[in-house]
Design a protein around this ligand. Structure first.
Ligand code: BV8
Ligand code: ZN
Length: 240
């Protein structure tokens, strides 16, 4: 299966990964839309929008606190570790839609968090930002500087991605030899445009996903399996 592009991968200098919730699925973190999708239990647009937050900040905070506990108990899986390991052989950049920090915990050092991070909080009014504390006395938590409510430092639907992060992500997608798209349904924009930038610049596209995505036909190679299985095998090519 990999033979067809093994030589290209071996010669590649820079490999960019675009990852989504699926890569953390084998760490026990539910995805958003896949079979065990998180959103299926909730209405995604109910919980991850600024209106939903202002309508019911306590509910949204309870949802994030529940996810945070799950994430803190989770461990990076072989998919995350294979990407981190690859840094020994290649220039690697990870463009992730995930907020769980598992790429960094696996050892990846060049990670752009397109949708923010569950371990950061920020004030809804002043420019206070901080790491999230171990726990909150009450929800929603208040800013110790201005006493307004705090929010998770994540990007909700209808909100723009952090400009500097998005600009950098486009640069990385434009200048890579291979883009490996793992664990994402490519439903959410603008993250789902990154493979288009790579393709326009003649990068080789590899998809790792048990299911089809809207861009499967554009891929040079589609591995219809899970990332914890496919990525360690794919990375073996570089270890010889
Ligand atoms: C923006 C927050 C512009 C943090 C997330 C209509 C109304 C409102 C908005 C829109 C609309 N139409 C389009 C939009 C734009 C919208 C959007 O794309 N909506 C979608 C639903 C159509 N996008 C935005 O709003 C973005 N901002 O466009 O701003 C703008 C410009 C100017 C001014 C103002 C605004 C912001 C998008 C960010 C939203 N925030 N998360 C959090 O709580 O997590 S999105 C959420 O979805 C997560 O970040 C998640 O990562 C992301 C994408 O989903 P996936 O990661 O792909 O996960 P999913 O479950 O979908 O897929 C998992 C895949 O893995 C599946 O394919 C499955 O088969 C596979 N899989 C499963 N197991 C495995 C596996 N693969 C490998 N191995 C396995 N083991
Ligand atoms: Zn404040």
């Amino acid at each position: 299966m990999f033979e067809s592009i093994a030589d290209i991968l071996i010669d590649a200098k820079k490999i960019v990964f675009v990852t989504g919730a699926g890569i953390s699925q084998e760490s026990g973190i539910p995805t958003f839309r896949g079979k065990d999708g998180l959103w299926r239990k909730y209405d995604s647009m109910q919980l991850a929008t600024i209106d939903a937050f202002y309508n019911n900040p306590k509910l949204i905070w309870e949802w994030y606190e529940e996810r945070r506990k799950n994430i803190f108990n989770a461990k990076p899986n072989p998919g995350h570790s294979a990407i981190a390991e690859l840094e020994k052989y290649k220039e690697v950049v990870v463009l992730t839609q995930n907020i769980d920090g598992l790429h960094q915990r696996a050892g990846s050092t060049n990670v752009l968090e397109l949708h923010g991070s569950i371990i950061r909080i920020k004030c809804t009014v002043c420019d206070f930002k901080d790491e999230i504390p171990a726990s909150f006395e009450s929800l929603p938590p208040k800013c110790r500087r201005c006493d307004n409510i705090l929010r998770p430092d994540v990007v909700w639907f209808g909100e723009s991605l952090p400009q500097d992060v998005w600009n950098q992500a486009i640069i990385e997608a434009n200048y890579c030899d291979v883009m490996i798209i793992a664990g994402t349904s490519l439903v959410v924009s603008p993250a789902n445009t990154l493979p288009v930038y790579a393709k326009q610049n003649n990068a080789i596209l590899v998809e790792v996903n048990p299911e089809q995505t809207p861009m499967s036909t554009e891929m040079d190679l589609s591995l219809r399996t899970t990332s914890a299985k496919a990525l360690p095998n794919l990375m073996k090519i570089f270890e010889n």
